[in-house]
Design a protein around this ligand. Structure first.
Ligand SMILES: [Zn+2]
Length: 179
């Protein structure tokens, strides 16, 4: 079995990649270069098998991408609200995938381990309503769309332009969710 890649490995790799790096434009250069600001916001999983730049063929500044465990909306709400004041997104795309590590997260188990690690902070641990685990892929997307809908701070037209998808890491296919 190959040894795991280390940060030092990546830093060395970066030195090589930087030699052929294509400079990206600053925001201040977008207009002069005829580049529109991204109008699609994608929220998806941080899993290395679920890379939207790859399975959607994202180019340039087509979309802003937020990734976290499962691709939950909740942990990103303040970022979504903040960026939307600058960009005014047209659409939000929520993508969760099969075989997600979120299926391995059991909230009670996480609480138990954390309380064993930091027994002096059990009250802090209990403040987390969830640690993001999922048991049903499609339901997790519906729940995230519900989080958007429940926010009084979200623009209603943007909430209404939110769509959910599952991504199959075996076939590479995106499947729209019937809401
Ligand atoms: Zn995942």
């Amino acid at each position: 079995m190959a040894t795991p890649t280390t940060i030092d490995d990546l830093v060395e790799r970066n030195k090589e990649l930087a030699k052929s790096y294509t400079p990206r434009p600053f925001f201040t250069e977008f207009a002069a270069m005829g580049i529109p600001m991204p109008k699609i916001l994608i929220v998806t999983c941080a899993d290395p098998r679920c890379v939207p730049e790859s399975f959607l063929g994202l180019k340039g500044a087509e979309a802003a991408v937020f990734r976290n465990v499962c691709g939950h909306v909740g942990p990103e709400m303040h970022h979504i609200l903040a960026l939307d004041t600058i960009i005014n997104f047209d659409e939000i795309m929520i993508v969760h995938h099969n075989d997600c590590g979120g299926f391995l997260i059991n909230d009670e188990q996480v609480r138990k381990v954390l309380k064993e690690r930091v027994p002096e902070h059990t009250a802090e641990v209990d403040k987390f309503a969830t640690f993001g685990g999922i048991t049903d892929l499609e339901q997790s997307i519906r729940d995230d769309i519900a989080v958007l809908k429940a926010s009084p701070l979200m623009r209603k037209d943007l909430v209404n332009a939110t769509r959910g998808f599952t991504f199959d890491i075996k076939t590479g296919m995106l499947n729209p969710l019937d809401i």
